[in-house]
Design a protein around this ligand. Structure first.
Ligand SMILES: *Cc1c(COP(=O)(O)O)cnc(C)c1O
Length: 357
């Protein structure tokens, strides 16, 4: 008897998943995590919290304490905060709620690949706008995309992954005006917001369709915990609460998120240290045979001038340094992206790079 094997939905059949090799090397500078583990007090308090958990009960479905504390961090009430398993789940819930079949989502490439990927998984169409050769986004291109695609949801990523650029405030305000007029939603992905010079959180009101997504993964040294959130109008958060699975945030994660906020000052020191390191690495790269672009994030994009991106990537790996190979990604021909590490890791990267070039 010959069995027929079921395939995925027709519209998913040609899709690729998320690719980032997890190679075991000494210096891992490929996924934009914090180079520092959380402070020792974090582990101690979390261990105490574990002992305290009522494992036979479901967690607080509304995650009241966590959302209240995140809200306090941003000067808003808990009804303006939605939290989920990594900001990727925040993005997925947003797109399940506001995109889907018959609706279009706009991205400006190159940018975080999961915006378009999750939109397609949700059944939405995607219209891709372009940046100029230096990865700057212009308002006339945004207007073209709005006119051609009439997107319900428009993504900006600031600082943008993988280019590092921040979007200027006047551009974000201009896009918000347009999405307000059109009855759309503007999503500003601020996964790297704490490393940047300004935040779109300040633009959020009840009367404008703007949400800002954030994550504990990068700044807060908590990539392993999978926790992210958004701040936005209460009417958006209320819709997301209907769509997300009940009890999606387990009790330990809720505790971990609150404990991290108790240690916010330590976290701020880490951010300051990473920003100082970023500026040092940018300065060093400026003297080497690479093209390099400004960064408001905890990583830097660069393009070797004399050797190909993959050659340099392989040479770095041979020296025990793993960076992100973007060389074959559309619009990023020959580019590599390095996450800012500890000063010692960055020195190893810079030494290996000098040899590789
Ligand atoms: C890393 C990253 C995320 C995902 O973060 P998680 O909270 O770990 O899911 C979202 N957006 C951008 C731009 C990122 O770089």
């Amino acid at each position: 008897m010959s069995a027929k094997r079921i395939g995925p939905r027709d519209d998913l059949a040609l899709m690729e998943g998320y690719h980032s090799p997890q190679v075991d090397v000494a210096v891992r500078l490929n996924t934009n995590e914090s180079p520092y583990p959380p402070p020792a007090a974090f582990g101690e308090r979390l261990a105490a919290a574990v002992a305290d958990v009522q494992w036979h009960r479901y967690p607080d479905r509304a995650a009241v304490e966590l959302r209240t504390r995140i809200g306090a961090l941003h000067g808003v009430g808990r009804d303006s905060v939605f939290a989920a398993n990594g900001s990727n789940e925040v993005l997925q819930t947003l797109l399940l709620t506001y995109a889907g079949f018959g609706r279009t989502v706009a991205t400006f490439e190159p940018t975080y690949a999961l915006h378009a990927h999750i939109a397609r998984l949700c059944g939405a169409g995607v219209i891709e706008g372009e940046r100029d050769d230096n990865f700057v986004l212009h308002l006339d291109e945004i207007d073209r995309v709005l006119a051609e695609g009439d997107p319900r949801v428009l993504f900006l990523c600031s600082p943008n992954n993988p280019t590092g650029r921040e979007e200027p405030r006047d551009l974000v305000e201009a896009v918000l005006d347009r999405m307000t007029d059109r009855g759309g939603l503007l999503v500003v992905d601020e996964a790297y917001g704490q490393f940047a010079s300004w935040s779109a959180v300040d633009l959020i009101t009840e009367d404008t369709p703007l949400v800002v997504t954030r994550t504990y993964s990068k700044t807060w040294s908590m990539a392993a915990a999978r926790l992210g959130y958004l701040v936005g109008p209460r009417w958006v958060v209320a819709e997301l609460d209907k769509v997300v699975l009940p009890y999606h945030l387990d009790v330990l994660k809720q505790r971990a998120g609150v404990i991290a906020l108790d240690l916010a000052q330590d976290m701020e020191h880490r951010v300051a240290a990473v920003v100082a390191e970023r500026d040092r690495v940018l300065g060093e790269l400026a003297d080497l045979a690479v093209d390099v672009w400004p960064s408001g994030a905890n990583f830097v994009l660069f393009r070797p001038q004399r050797r190909s991106g993959p050659e340099v990537w392989n040479s770095l790996l041979a020296h025990g340094v793993l960076v992100r190979n973007c060389a074959s990604w559309p619009r990023l021909d020959g580019c590599l992206r390095v996450t800012i590490g500890t000063p010692a890791e960055d020195d190893e990267f810079l030494a290996a790079l000098k040899e590789a070039l």
